[in-house]
Design a protein around this ligand. Structure first.
Ligand SMILES: [Zn+2]
Length: 176
């Protein structure tokens, strides 16, 4: 190691984020999302448990990454800087599955110092639980995968649910 093109520091999106320490070309491999390979069943049990904890303490985020139909990766175990990457409604990276390895790839050219972000791909089912503070002009206000954002926008319009404000609890949490 020692040749990384990223660093972890405080983010205006959420707590800590991953930032480019040099300029990256579109298609560049940034970092592998590593962790413990676990079954879907194990993953949903852990996710539920952590969600309960998160609601009580305001921390303990879920870091489960879908690998394929059978397996997930628990990214909270061990050294995994990729887990600090925040979601954005207009991300500059994407996650790809390359022969069973998850890699975060630059989706476009990225300048030194830019925060690295990608689409978490959350289903809209519980979208109100996952506010987004990415601050981009594309922001729908919640972490929802791209192909469902239009639906969420319509829902918000009809139900008159307000987008989360940028001054909410997330920003006030500790930063390094
Ligand atoms: Zn957003």
């Amino acid at each position: 190691m020692g040749n990384e093109s990223y660093e972890v520091r405080g983010s205006s999106i959420h707590e800590r984020g991953l930032f480019a320490t040099k300029s990256l070309k579109a298609g560049a491999r940034v970092v592998q999302y590593v962790g413990e390979k676990i079954s879907k069943k194990e993953a949903s049990e852990r996710a539920l448990e952590w969600e309960h904890k998160a609601k009580k303490s305001g921390e303990g985020l879920v870091y489960i990454f879908e690998l394929d139909d059978q397996w997930d990766i628990d990214g909270r175990i061990g050294e995994n800087p990729a887990r600090y990457i925040n979601h954005s409604c207009d991300g500059n990276c994407e996650a790809i599955n390359d022969a069973g390895e998850i890699w975060i790839i630059a989706e476009r050219s990225i300048k030194k110092g830019e925060e690295l972000t990608y689409d978490y791909g959350y289903d809209m089912e519980h979208f109100l639980d996952h506010p987004c503070l990415c601050g981009t002009s594309q922001c729908v206000g919640f972490i929802v995968r791209e192909d469902q954002r239009l639906k969420v926008r319509r829902l918000l319009k009809n139900k008159k649910i307000n987008k989360p404000q940028s001054t909410n609890q997330f920003k006030s949490q500790s930063k390094i």
